[in-house]
Design a protein around this ligand. Sequence first.
Ligand code: ADP
Ligand code: MG
Length: 350
Amino acid sequence: MYESAEKLTEALAGENYVIDHDFAVVVHLATHLERPLLLEGPAGVGKTELAKSLAQASGRRLIRLQCYEGLDDSRALYEWDYGKQLMHVQMLRDRIGELLSGTTTMAEASAKLQAEDTGLYSEHFLSVRPLLETVLSEDPVVLLVDEVDRTEESMEALLLEILAEQQVTVPEVGTFSARRAPWVVLTSNDTRELSPALKRRCLHFHVDFPDVARETEIVSRRAPEVATDVVGDVVELARRLRDMPLRKAPSISEVIDAARAAAVLDQGAGEQVRKYLLAALLKYSSDMDMALRRLDGPPVEEPEVEIADDSGWVNRSSRPLNTTSAAFRGRGGGSASTSAGRGGRGTGRR
Ligand SMILES: Nc1ncnc2c1ncn2[C@@H]1O[C@H](COP(=O)(O)OP(=O)(O)O)[C@@H](O)[C@H]1O
Ligand SMILES: [Mg+2]
């Protein structure tokens, strides 16, 4: 437990995680109040990394539930271990034979067997999955429910019991309550709106791309071998790219890769190396074309494009208006020559 947001900030810095004040206050509150923390925002802004760094810094074990389409309770909660149950029955075969020896009809034998407790539905035969593992853990844990927006909404309902009550119910066995209150971090890349029921149970924070100063600090910490002026050049290049309506804006990890690439090439982000850095920063050839055109020439009106994210294609019109990641794909309210639009919630086009 951290006494204050400042102490938490220091502890995370020890893991090379750079957090700004408002974010630190919310994380501090979540750990103090033992409330789940829901982090929403575009891909690559450090949501998953926050959970990992928090676990590292606090010495808590990290339990991760990676969400995907089709995730179900047998992967998230628990599953009965049929193989083990079968073995158990085989080992009991002689005893079962004895037990049923006096019976004459099938119905009689079946009724007798049902009256016995064979112990097949007990904790011992459960294959424990992340959510159950969390409540059973003897040590304090950080539970990371990653990319919850990738699952169907029905899956969210499964999370509610652990989020609100810190417990998991296995109908055949009973309810397991967490031995030590877990710190729960949920992340969402904003590809769909999460259910109000889930949101109600969490503290919420929207993580945005950092400003230049903070991104410079992040990249310097994560790639300490890169000279400061090179980091500055690459961060500035990424900032300019994020002001363009790209299909995929560069994430922080791509900026770190580009800074490393610049160091390997032993130059800043000047003209000659820029196209190699763009290869680290951009993932679509159409984005590359646009970047090369715009970086050199005057601003041009570009046609509407679809936006890609990690989970596939998202049509602009299908993205809920109250999500902000669009701002970083070039639809921010700021103008191309200032950084005012980055981090803003505007949806207007230049
Ligand atoms: N605040 C930060 N401090 C340090 N590194 C960061 C920070 N934010 C992002 N990163 C870097 O960016 C990478 C991608 O972040 P990640 O947490 O995977 O993004 P997200 O989960 O938001 O998609 C991390 O592995 C880390 O190297
Ligand atoms: Mg993530």
